[in-house]
Structures are given as C-alpha cells and as structure tokens.
Design a protein around this ligand. Structure first.
Ligand SMILES: NC(=O)c1ccc[n+]([C@@H]2O[C@H](COP(=O)([O-])OP(=O)(O)OC[C@H]3O[C@@H](n4cnc5c(N)ncnc54)[C@H](OP(=O)(O)O)[C@@H]3O)[C@@H](O)[C@H]2O)c1
Length: 241
C-alpha cells in the first residue's frame, strides 16, 4: 500500500474540477504540493479554473472530458500520464442534479443523471485502474447523503447516488487486494452552484468546497493500514437558503 503521507509531487486526476467541490479539492491538494489534473465538459472552463489555481502547467493540467464517454475518460487519463508520468489519486467527482417529480422527469434528465453520476464514475475508475495499480493509489468517489436518504423529486438523483455508494463499496473490496484504497464521501449541503443554485452569503452555514478538500487531504495522509471506506458529512448546524 502506498505511503501517502508524503503528498508532495503525487498526482491527482479530478473529474469535474472546473468549479465547486472538484475545484476546492484541487486547491487543497495543490497547497499540499501535489500536482492536479482537472476536467470539464468544456476545455475553456477547465483552463479558466486552472488559471484561478495560480500554479503553472508543471503542476496543473486542464482537460476536456465527458465522463459519460469511456473513450473520453481513457484519453484524459492518458493525457495525465503523458503530462505528469504517473497517477496516484483519482477523484470521481463530476455530477449533475436533475430534480423533478417522476411524472415530469424526462428520459433525457434520467439518462444524463445515470450516465454522469453512475456510469461516469465507472468510466473514470476503469480508465484509471491500470495506473492506480502501478502506483498503489487511491480512488475517492463523491457520492451524497442522497445515496442513503431518499426525497421527493429525487428519483433520478437518488438512484444515481444510491447506485454510486453500492458501486464504491464493492469496488473497495475488489481493489484493496491490489493495494488501492477506495473511499466514498457522502456530503450533505455544500455551498456550490450545483443544480443551478446561486451561491450567496446565505450559504455560509453549508459545508464549503475547501472543507471537502481538507477531508480528502486527511484521507490521503491517513496511515496506510487504515481505510475509512464511507464517510457521511453534513453541516454542523443546519440552516436554510
Ligand atoms: N453541492 C452539494 O450540495 C452536493 C452535495 C452532495 C454531493 N454533491 C456531489 O458533488 C459533486 C460535485 O458537485 P458540485 O456541488 O461541486 O457541483 P458543481 O459546482 O455544479 O460542479 C459540478 C462539476 O461536474 C462537472 N461535470 C458535470 N457533468 C460532467 C460530465 N458529464 N463530464 C465531466 N464533468 C462534468 C462540471 O463541469 P462543467 O459544467 O464545467 O462541465 C463541474 O466541474 C457531484 O457529484 C454532486 O452530486 C454535491
């Protein structure tokens, strides 16, 4: 099992790093001396986000990839290996939220949710696996409390996140024998623009993206013999916005 407590120069591949949680995690890992590759469905958005991180191309790589496409994910992971020469951590974070009552939920919304939040994670991990076996690396999936608590208007999102929690736990059992750790993080409300939400100062009570970043650093620095495989995280004091 890799000793991750020296994070300097380790390489992370983060899907959906153009904003929100993915960007917050990228920032935290860079602060620890890691190198990061971030993706978006738009190269421009990934490049813009990379600029905000304030590090040069020897430490940050911006990539366009659509997680729903295996071909796209394989190309992105290859680009990480070509650029940095190794891959130590894959963070399957990219996700979408379509929330509607079942009668109004469209087939397109259902497919986009499952293709991104569930099949997308399969594609990302599948594309990363050989490199992570070589580095004895780490997979972190960003699920949700919606992967254990169901709610109205949540058929697509709940199905994708319940599925993702099951996938992540079974994956953990399959790959730990190769020295690869898997953790699924299940956040409650995080202050991001997820689902077209406008972040304002009223969101201060929520988990902030950098809090998830801190949590990821803590996981990577944990003793190699110990694996928190599933983490629920929620705002300490519930609010409304
Ligand atoms: N915010 C919350 O309260 C909350 C709570 C629990 C779990 N989560 C989960 O956290 C993850 C990140 O969400 P967030 O809150 O940070 O939302 P966000 O700010 O909307 O960010 C979503 C990210 O995913 C990317 N993305 C979406 N579809 C993609 C695709 N098909 N291929 C590649 N990238 C794609 C977006 O990139 P582009 O738009 O630039 O393509 C963006 O970088 C999601 O999986 C979400 O379900 C969020």
């Amino acid at each position: 099992m890799i000793i991750m407590n020296e994070l300097k120069d380790k390489v992370a591949y983060i899907t959906g790093g153009s904003k929100g949680i993915g960007l917050g995690v990228a920032k935290s890992l860079l602060e620890k001396g890691m190198k990061v590759a971030i993706t978006s469905r738009s190269l421009k958005s990934a490049q813009y986000a990379a600029k905000t991180l304030g590090a040069d191309s020897s430490r940050v790589l911006a990539l366009e990839s659509h997680v729903a496409s295996m071909e796209s994910e394989k190309k992105a992971v290859q680009a990480v290996l070509d650029h940095f020469g190794q891959l130590d951590v894959t963070i399957a974070n990219a996700g979408v939220g379509h929330f509607a009552g079942f009668e109004d939920l469209t087939e397109e919304q259902w497919n986009d949710t499952i293709d991104t939040n569930l099949t997308g994670v399969f594609n990302t991990v599948k594309a990363s696996l050989a490199a992570l076996k070589a580095s004895k690396g780490y997979v972190i999936t960003i699920a949700s409390l919606a992967g254990t608590n169901f709610f109205e208007n949540g058929t697509a999102y709940n199905a994708s996140k319940f599925g993702l929690v099951g996938f992540s736990q079974a994956l953990m059992l399959d790959v730990r024998k190769h020295g690869i750790k898997v953790t699924t993080i299940m956040p409650g409300s995080v202050a991001t623009a997820f689902g077209d939400h406008q972040v304002t100062e009223k969101d201060a009570w929520k988990i902030q993206p950098e809090d998830i970043g801190e949590m990821v650093v803590g996981l990577l620095e944990m003793n190699p013999r110990t694996l928190p495989s599933k983490i629920e995280v929620r705002p300490a004091v519930p609010g409304k916005s």
